[in-house]
Design a binder for this molecule. Structure first.
Ligand code: UD1
Length: 423
């Protein structure tokens, strides 16, 4: 359990180098099972979700060698297809990618149902639909273990996703890469991390076209070869810092980013009154503390719409805007737990189903808060930095799942934040 002590009210200045994308890394590491040569992965984010995923690979016999803190070599030639226990996947949503990758490599997978942030019901029926279309039989045991097997081997087919799902799109891609024949995923998700996984697989010799559109074609190949690959930058980590700078005022630059991936977020920050300056691989947000931010409307959507993962930090930035900002959460049924905590700081937030109304207040006041998920926890840090006085944020490891040394990066920008053990 971490305890962050935050003293709000500082203006922020400086630049933050952005890490590799969490959600790309979490698809790319299981994908390494599909290749029996050595893969070198660069721009590895230093976050606990990635360390947990690497621990799972290691427990299955993958050979992992750190070249430096942001680069690893992985070889799964001698890996064994062992069941992945609940204790290891408890907090890791992306453990479901092991099902697609192990099915593709061994024709069989046994993985405990994934954990991850609690945003309400998070089914994996579309993943299962995809595996079954490729010829696997899938069952979930009473103990919550997903058992998938393709006795005759996987054979490509068409899969239409009933909901646009990032996880199902990536998982079906993983299973299909070494299948016989062609797989077509229709109504596929288009997130940058889907394109990144496809690029990684293609660099290993896969034949995937259409990633980034809603129809992805995967022609099965016999085998994949080792490669060197660098993970794309994290759009949500970058978006969090930009939302923070908009909220606190002054000037912050995120570096090593792909500005196009941030457009849905920077468009909202501009509407709020921040000045957004895009360069080739950096984005700067500039805002004078003396001007009050404008209200906005935000509807979360699959990419290229506004990402649900950026909803909590953006809400934190809206708490003191003039007027009522309306958030509509279209991806998850219960993703406003941070909003309830914001009220402790004096925020005026009301929730009706998928809609949250945030009426800006003149001032927020520090209070004790508790994080209950990754992005919600980060948003509470943002809100604490906008509040007058001290905020103590209790966090059971959520923030470290997705941010590399968040408190140190915030301090480097001039924020008064320190992380201590709870009393
Ligand atoms: C991934 C991301 C998460 C992000 C989310 C949406 C990872 C590890 N996590 O989660 O950070 O918030 O995308 O961008 O990459 N659904 C079904 N059936 C399924 C699968 C999904 O009904 O089989 C529904 C979900 O309940 C949700 C919607 O589809 O309502 C989108 O979920 P999905 O895109 O699959 O999210 P995750 O892969 O869980």
């Amino acid at each position: 359990m971490e305890q962050y002590i935050i003293n709000g009210g500082c203006e922020l200045h400086g630049s933050v180098p952005i890490s590799g994308a969490k959600n790309a890394a979490l698809g790319i590491f299981p994908a390494v099972f599909l290749c029996q040569d050595t893969c070198r992965i660069e721009n590895l984010p230093q976050i606990s979700d990635v360390h947990n995923m690497l621990d799972i690979l290691s427990s299955m016999g993958a050979h992992i060698r750190y070249l430096n803190k942001n680069a690893v070599e992985i070889n799964t030639a001698h890996a064994q297809n062992l069941p992945t226990p609940y204790e290891m996947v408890r907090r890791l949503r992306a453990s479901y990618y092991l099902i697609g990758a192990l099915l593709g490599r061994f024709g069989k997978a046994e993985v405990a149902l994934p954990g991850g942030c609690d945003f309400g019901f998070r089914p994996i029926d579309q993943h299962i639909k995809g595996f079954e279309a490729l010829g696997a039989t899938v069952q979930i045991t009473e103990g919550g273990i997903v058992q998938a097997e393709a006795k005759e081997g996987l054979v490509g087919d068409s899969v239409y996703l009933d909901v646009v799902s990032v996880g199902a799109t990536m998982n079906i891609m993983l299973a299909a890469v070494l299948a016989k024949g062609q797989t077509v995923i229709e109504n596929a998700a288009r997130e940058p991390h889907i394109v990144d996984l496809a690029n990684f697989l293609n660099t290993m010799g896969a034949d995937i076209t259409g990633a980034g559109t809603d129809v992805i074609k995967i022609r099965g190949v016999e085998r994949l070869r080792g490669c060197t690959y660098s993970i794309i930058p994290d759009q949500i980590e970058a978006g969090t810092y930009l939302a923070l700078a908009t909220a606190t005022g002054e000037e912050v630059t995120v570096t090593g980013v792909i500005p196009k991936h941030l457009e849905s977020i920077t468009a909202k920050l501009s509407e709020m009154g921040a000045e957004v300056i895009e360069e080739d691989d950096s984005v700067t947000v500039r805002r004078s503390k003396n001007e009050r931010l404008h209200r906005i409307n935000v509807k979360t959507q699959p990419y290229p719409g506004f990402p649900t993962d950026a909803q909590p930090p953006l809400m934190a930035a809206c708490l003191r805007a003039k007027g009522t900002t309306v958030f509509t959460e279209n991806i998850f049924t219960n993703r406003y737990r941070h909003a309830e905590e914001f009220r402790r700081l004096g925020a005026a937030v009301s929730i009706e189903g998928r809609v949250a109304y945030v009426t800006g207040v003149e001032r927020l006041t520090g209070a004790p808060l508790t994080a209950s998920d990754l992005r919600g926890g980060a948003a509470m840090l943002v809100a604490g930095l906008c509040a007058e006085g001290a905020t103590e944020l209790l966090d059971d490891g959520y923030i470290d799942r997705g941010y590399d040394r968040f408190d140190a990066c915030l301090s480097a920008l001039g924020a008064d934040v320190r992380c201590a053990a709870p009393r």
